[in-house]
Write a protein that binds this ligand. Structure first.
Ligand code: ADE
Length: 336
C-alpha cells in the first residue's frame, strides 16, 4: 500500500478559526447558511473555544469520524462512558459529514462501478477532500456548517498534502484485519485517530491504497456501513484510556483483556445473596481473598474451556492452571 504520510511539519499551524476566506470558486464567504448544509459536529465544546482562539488542555485522544450519516452517532456518543470521557476532557470526537465536501449541485458521493455490476461505489474525491482537509488542521477543527459545499477550504486533488504520520487513517471494511482487544489496546496508545465509514456496496479502491493506513473489520459479517464499527472502536478504545473508568483495574480484568491472560471472565454476582432460589457461591461471601482469587481463576478456566476452548491454546497458563484443566479433560495440543 502506498503510505504517503510524511512526518508532520511542526510549523504547520493551520488556522483553527476555519477555512480561508475565499472558496475554491473565489467567491467571498458569506454568513448565509445553505438550506442543505449538513451537520458538522464535534461532540464537545472544544471547537468553540478554538474558534475563540484559546488553547485548552488537549484531550488524551481525539477521534475524527468521516461518515455520510453523522446523525447515527448522536445517541451512542451522548450517553454513559463515552459521554463522561468527553465531559472529563479525556476524549474528543469530531464527526465530519463527507457529503459536506462535495461541490457538485446534487452533492453526489457515490457512482456506478466501472466494468458494470450492481450497487454503488463511494467516490474518492469527497472522502479524500474531507480527510485531507481535517487532518491538515488541529484536532478539534470541524468545517463550519455554513461553509459546507460552497465555501470549502482550497484543495487540489492532484496535490496530496502531507498528513501527520502519527495519525492512523482507518477504513472500516469487512475485509480489514479483525478488531480484537489487542487492537483496541494498540489504538489506545495514539492521540488522534481517523475513522472512515464506508457505505453502499463499497468504496473506491484508491481510498484504500492512497489514503487509508489501516483497515479494520469488527467481525465476519457484513453491516450496512462502517458507522456501527466506528462506534464499537470508539467505545472499546475509550474505556482503556486512563481515568475513563471509575475503577481503573476493571478494564484490565475483562474477558479478552491482557489482565485475564487470554481467558474469559467467570461468573459475577451482586446482592441479593439468594435470588429465585439460586444462592451466590459461598466462597465469594467467605471474605477469604486467596481462596476467592483461586476460585475466580478456576471459573475463568472452566468458562473458557466450555465456551471458547480455542482461546486456551494461546492463553497464559500456569502449571497450576494446566493441572486444573487436565483434571477437566483438556491438554494443550503443543507441549508447554
Ligand atoms: N462495514 C460493513 N461491515 C463491516 C464490518 N464487519 N466491519 C467493519 N466495517 C464494516
Amino acid at each position: 500500500m502506498d503510505r504517503r504520510h510524511q512526518p508532520q511539519n511542526p510549523s504547520l499551524n493551520l488556522a483553527p478559526e476555519g477555512p480561508s476566506p475565499e472558496s475554491e470558486q473565489g467567491q467571498p464567504v458569506s454568513a448565509r447558511v445553505p438550506e442543505d448544509a449538513p451537520a458538522q459536529t464535534s461532540l464537545d465544546a472544544a471547537p468553540k473555544s478554538m474558534e475563540e482562539g484559546h488553547r485548552e488542555e488537549p484531550p488524551r485522544l481525539h477521534f475524527d469520524i468521516f461518515t455520510l450519516f453523522p446523525g447515527m452517532f448522536q445517541g451512542p456518543f451522548s450517553e454513559s462512558i463515552i459521554k463522561r470521557a468527553q465531559e472529563k476532557g479525556l476524549l474528543r470526537i469530531g464527526i465530519h459529514n463527507i457529503r459536506a465536501y462535495t461541490t457538485d449541485k446534487h452533492h453526489i458521493c457515490d457512482d456506478t462501478p466501472y466494468g458494470g455490476g450492481g450497487g454503488m461505489i463511494m467516490k474518492p474525491e469527497p472522502i479524500f477532500r474531507a480527510v485531507e482537509t481535517v487532518l491538515t488542521r488541529p484536532p478539534g477543527w470541524v468545517l463550519p456548517p455554513e461553509d459546507a459545499f460552497h465555501h470549502l477550504p482550497p484543495w487540489d486533488p492532484e496535490q496530496p498534502p502531507t498528513l501527520p504520520s502519527d495519525v492512523p487513517i482507518i477504513l472500516l471494511t469487512p475485509q480489514g484485519r479483525l478488531f480484537t482487544q489487542a487492537v483496541a489496546e494498540e489504538l489506545s496508545r495514539y492521540h488522534r485517530i481517523a475513522l472512515i465509514c464506508g457505505r453502499y456496496e463499497g468504496v473506491d479502491e484508491r481510498v484504500r491504497t492512497r489514503l487509508a493506513t489501516d483497515e479494520i473489520s469488527i467481525g465476519d459479517y457484513v453491516l450496512s456501513g462502517g458507522e456501527l464499527p466506528a462506534m464499537v472502536i470508539v467505545d472499546a478504545v475509550t474505556r482503556l484510556l486512563p481515568g475513563v473508568l471509575g475503577y481503573e483495574l476493571s478494564a484490565h480484568q475483562d474477558s479478552h483483556s491482557p489482565g485475564m491472560d487470554g481467558l474469559l471472565e467467570g461468573p459475577q454476582y451482586t446482592r441479593p445473596a439468594v435470588f429465585r432460589g439460586e444462592a451466590v457461591p459461598e466462597i465469594l461471601r467467605s471474605g477469604h481473598h486467596g481462596k476467592v482469587a483461586r476460585w475466580r481463576r478456576e471459573q475463568a478456566l472452566l468458562r473458557t474451556l466450555e465456551r471458547r476452548p480455542d482461546l486456551l491454546e494461546k492463553a497464559r497458563l500456569t502449571q497450576e492452571d494446566l493441572r486444573f484443566l487436565a483434571e477437566h479433560g483438556w491438554r494443550p495440543s503443543r507441549p508447554r
